[in-house]
Ligand binder design. Structure first.
Ligand SMILES: *Cc1c(COP(=O)(O)O)cnc(C)c1O
Length: 484
């Protein structure tokens, strides 16, 4: 299996694609062809066996032993209960992707990426230290820090928007331990952080200087293909679980509903379909930063709109990097579109592209709809959603109403309600919430009886180790200073 840039034709092996993070021409690495699945063969497999199977189809320059070793180290007892439990509600199922250490779905890929990265760098004979530069809208940062903390031969640097993320998310990051971890708030939003980090990756002068000082850059963002491949696994797992339970038969179709920001998670589902998983509709749920759901409706990607800070902050994104991979998959002229995005802040895809997108449905949820959804699902079904998953539920309602489609749907639940305690509690209770977020964790637990996840039980006692907030224009400077 070889990988090429969405903006060029030169091919590389997966180990190179993973260590590079982003292609030298600024494009993202994509597999030149998509392998296919034999679902009936996978039916009896455990999560780890399934993951080993899928990964070995994509990462063909890794040995079977290397893949198995990475998979079993990543998906171990760090995951509480099961790796990906599923809750079966009325007409739909919730794929709980947040049972890893940092309580968001980012753990699914970032638990394994450090192992893959180390093996890839060894294979390529890289002597330099790998510096993982990470922009986060709140959840990637912590999951990447957890994954790379004290991993020999690496440093991890995270930039998060200092305003807008939840107190729990922030404290998880600023209290991060490990001698190789660096965390900075920026006065700016996720798009600012991601653009700055991308431009550092493409700064040849800086890269040359750092190489002579013994460093190379890589990425833990979903621009890294090593993030995408492990995410394909859980959609297949979700489907097979439904077959094992007798809810569908092998070959039946299902829908997936994904709360979307950088388009990484839903793209993984699209790749699963390309491999043969019978997915009927991809229901792309946006929050009020509805650039993606508008794109799916119109075929026009238009950045000319205000950036909003919402109660689903991990989806507060306007420049969705992974869409570029999807455009490449459906045969669009990526170079042309990305140039237009840069110069005109807007592009429109071809008529063929719009036709190819007919298996997508897009809509957005307002903040108010999100909160009232948490309340109604809790009161009617006794199930507690986080704000991001609630966005997905709201949009799923729009889809059903518009289409009349009752096909069984798998809703990707991307975070624990405890990560967004204030908004979750606000939606299910009439009390004035005067306490700090850590107090609210206890109140939420007392009210709902839902067990507090171990990894945040004593979080408030962890000291702040990374207090710095910097301006967005000094991101590059900060990186240089750390590495000097
Ligand atoms: C990152 C994130 C999303 C968005 O996922 P993308 O892959 O960026 O589309 C949604 N919900 C939560 C909780 C997240 O952390």
């Amino acid at each position: 299996m070889l990988y090429k840039s969405t903006r060029g034709n030169e091919t590389v092996l997966s180990s190179k694609a993973i260590v590079d993070g982003i292609a030298p021409d600024g494009g993202l690495y994509v597999p030149v062809s998509v392998p296919s699945l034999d679902l009936s063969e996978l039916l009896s497999k455990s999560y780890q066996e399934l993951a080993s199977n899928v990964l070995s189809l994509y990462l063909t320059d890794f040995s079977e032993q290397e893949i198995k070793c990475s998979v079993y180290k990543a998906y171990d007892e760090k995951f509480v209960d099961e790796i990906v439990p599923i809750k079966y509600l009325e007409g739909r199922s919730i794929l709980e992707l947040y049972h890893g250490k940092t309580l968001a779905f980012k753990d699914m890929a970032l638990s394994i990426l450090p192992y893959l990265m180390k093996k890839a760098s060894k294979r390529l004979g890289i002597k330099e230290e790998i510096v993982i530069l990470t922009a986060t809208s709140g959840d990637t940062g912590k999951a990447a820090l957890e994954g790379f903390a004290d991993v020999e031969g690496t440093k991890i640097v995270v930039f998060y928007p200092s305003e807008g993320i939840s107190d729990i998310q922030k404290h998880q990051m600023v209290s991060q331990k490990g001698n190789n971890t660096f965390v900075f708030g920026i006065k700016g939003n996720f798009d600012d952080a991601q653009s700055a980090v991308k431009s550092i990756f493409l700064d040849d002068e800086l890269k040359k200087q750092l190489k002579s000082d013994g460093f190379v850059f890589s990425s833990a963002n979903s621009i890294n293909i090593g993030r995408l491949v492990p995410q394909i696994v859980y959609y297949i797992h979700g489907y097979l679980e439904h077959v094992r339970k007798g809810l569908i038969e092998l070959g039946d179709e299902m829908n997936v509903v994904v709360p979307t920001g950088n388009f990484g998670n839903i793209l993984a589902a699209r790749y699963a379909k390309e491999m043969g998983l019978p997915i009927k509709k991809f229901i792309c749920a946006s929050n009020e930063n509805a650039v993606l759901s508008d794109f799916i409706k119109t075929g026009i990607y238009d950045l000319d709109r205000p950036f909003k800070v919402t109660n689903s902050p991990s989806m507060d994104i306007l420049i969705s990097s992974n869409l570029e991979r999807y455009l490449s998959l459906i045969g669009e002229d990526v170079n042309d579109l990305m140039m237009k995005l840069k110069t005109e802040k807007k592009y429109e895809i071809s008529e063929n592209g719009k036709k190819a997108m007919s298996d997508f449905f897009g809509h957005f949820a307002t903040e108010r709809e999100t909160l009232s959804k948490i309340k109604s699902v809790y009161e009617n079904e006794g199930y507690l959603l986080d704000t991001h998953t609630a966005v997905a539920e709201v949009v799923y309602d729009y889809y059903k109403k518009e289409s009349g489609d009752e096909t069984l749907s798998l809703i990707a639940s991307t975070a624990s309600p405890y990560k967004f305690t204030r908004d979750v509690l606000k939606s299910i209770s009439d009390d004035l919430l005067l306490d700090d977020d850590f107090e609210l964790i206890k109140i939420l637990s007392a009210k709902t009886g839902l067990e507090i996840p171990k990894s945040i039980e004593t979080l408030s006692e962890d000291e702040v180790r990374h207090p710095h907030v910097i301006s967005k224009v000094s991101i590059k400077n900060t990186v240089e200073t750390i590495l000097r």
